[in-house]
Design a protein. Structure first.
Length: 496
């Protein structure tokens, strides 16, 4: 062989000569083995013996071809005709691997059934016939293709579990066909076994590196052929099952995502629209997950009393969102036996009786509830473990921002919890900003925490901004850096 990595034209010519000489011998061996199986199944021992002799003769011929033509082209006339034992052929052929007589006879033509659809690709029609007959005897379904171009057309038309692909073919050889399959998203996962009478290691390595599953030399050892096909089909079945499982998981995740989006949309629908008169109210809400536990509401109880409330259920997800929806609906519809909705302390006490945490899967919530009496500009409010809202009151060029404190335990924690109502007069004009703790308990990248004082200072500077709530949210996002919110972010602003 030449010193370069590619064979010379002469070496390639002799490689094809060896291929053409081996092909009919491989067919003799293949047909002989199948006939031998049939004869053994029929008990025709004399025929079995004759068939074995024919196969042995064909194998001997293969050995002679290897011995005399396996290394290099014959010497010119008059020169030595022997081939050096140490020389390396363009396509070095090891001694053909074939089963000893009778090694596969116990299987019989109908035994060892397999299932699967296999594409057999070989430019030699008798080779295709021998191989397809072998496979169909084992229960496999086959389709035949005479070269790589036809094979790719077949693969585009229907699905296969395995491709048996000859290496040396016209138009598009096995290696080129393999590359085309691996470059096609729809074909790359189909296992491929390379087959050829030319067991050149360079070719084998190239095919394996390109993604071939395995390699089989001709003539085929029936046991080896069956074992390798079985192994490929089993791996293909496992990969298909895995893909189906992953696809089912993805469908389930998509369905859950749709349901969560629908649930989030429903929760958002419970939030009232912003209003401008006679009391101006707007809000901002951002969940930290698909479903949040924050909820808010406001509505007129009568011509003079305006109720406003913001609650925060512990945790996140389905359970928290269900509890927040239930609580907000109870308040909105006034379904609180024994409670006067104009009296904040009574409302919180009734909620505490209705939603004990032992009946809510261990969940509780905080809430701020207030009632604005427009004629007297009086605000009555109560809180259950909730952060105090901020009241911003302008005094000429100076802005006073103060907290409206109220004590009370979270809803659902203790049966005998007491709640107090605080009453105060609100100067005109004023802004009331009600928040959940997720609006200021934010961890910066350096590990430090934002606090209510940061929100207090921000409101002091930007209280007149019509986008105050959104501005504070973006300020918090900047403080987070690349991190995400750990809690729901909800703000309610009332201009009184």
């Amino acid at each position: 062989m030449n010193s370069g990595s590619s064979p010379t034209p002469e070496e390639l010519q002799w490689a094809h000569v060896r291929h053409d000489l081996r092909t009919p011998l491989n067919q003799i061996i293949g047909y002989g083995e199948m006939l031998e199986e049939d004869a053994q199944a029929a008990g025709q021992d004399a025929v079995v013996s004759d068939l074995q002799k024919i196969q042995q003769a064909a194998r001997r011929m293969l050995q002679l071809i290897q011995e005399h033509l396996g290394g290099a082209a014959p010497k010119p006339a008059g020169g030595p005709s022997t081939v050096s034992a140490g020389s390396k052929s363009v396509v070095p052929q090891s001694a053909p691997v074939s089963a000893p007589p009778g090694s596969d006879s116990d299987a019989g033509p109908g035994a060892g059934r397999m299932t699967g659809r296999i594409l057999v690709v070989d430019d030699n029609a008798p080779n295709r016939d021998v191989l397809s007959r072998r496979l169909e005897r084992r229960g496999l379904t086959t389709r035949l293709a005479e070269d790589g171009c036809v094979a790719l057309d077949c693969l585009a038309e229907e699905s296969f579990d395995l491709v048996l692909l000859d290496v040396m073919m016209p138009r598009k050889d096995g290696y080129e066909t393999l590359l085309a399959m691996k470059q096609d998203e729809s074909l790359r996962n189909i296992p491929v076994i390379m087959i050829s009478a030319l067991d050149e290691m360079d070719t084998v390595i190239r095919c394996i590196e390109a993604g071939a599953e395995d390699y089989l030399p001709k003539p085929f050892n029936p046991t080896l052929l069956r074992a390798r096909i079985n192994a490929c089909l089993e791996k293909k079945a496992l990969r298909d099952a895995e893909r189906l499982h992953v696809a089912e998981i993805e469908r389930t995740q998509q369905r859950l995502a749709r349901e969560l989006r629908d649930a989030e949309a429903y929760l958002r629908s419970l939030f009232p629209r912003p209003v401008q008169a006679p009391v101006a109210v707007d809000w901002f809400h951002q969940s930290c997950s698909e479903l949040g536990g924050d909820a808010l509401g406001y509505h007129w109880l009568d011509d003079e009393h305006f109720a406003l409330y913001l609650l925060d259920v512990c945790g996140h997800g389905v359970g928290s969102s269900l509890l927040s929806a239930a609580a907000i609906n109870v308040i909105r519809t006034g379904s609180l036996p024994g409670a006067n909705l104009r009296e904040p302390a009574e409302v919180l006490a009734a909620l505490n009786r209705m939603f004990p945490m032992e009946r809510q899967n261990g969940l509780y919530f905080t809430i701020w509830y207030g009632v604005w009496h427009a004629p007297t500009r009086t605000l009555k409010y109560s809180a259950a473990g909730h952060p105090p809202p901020l009241l911003a009151v302008p005094h000429g060029n100076r802005i006073e921002v103060k907290e409206l404190d109220a004590s009370g335990l979270m809803i659902g924690a203790f049966d005998d919890a007491d709640y107090d109502t605080v009453t105060c007069r609100i100067p005109e004009p004023s802004q009331l900003i009600i928040v959940t703790d997720g609006c200021f308990e934010i961890r910066r990248p350096d590990g430090s925490m934002m606090t209510g004082e940061d929100l207090h200072a921000f409101v002091q500077e930007a209280w007149a901004s019509p986008t105050l709530l959104e501005d504070w949210f973006h300020h918090c996002q900047d403080a987070l850096g690349n991190s995400s919110l750990d809690d729901d972010f909800t703000m309610l602003r009332v201009q009184l």
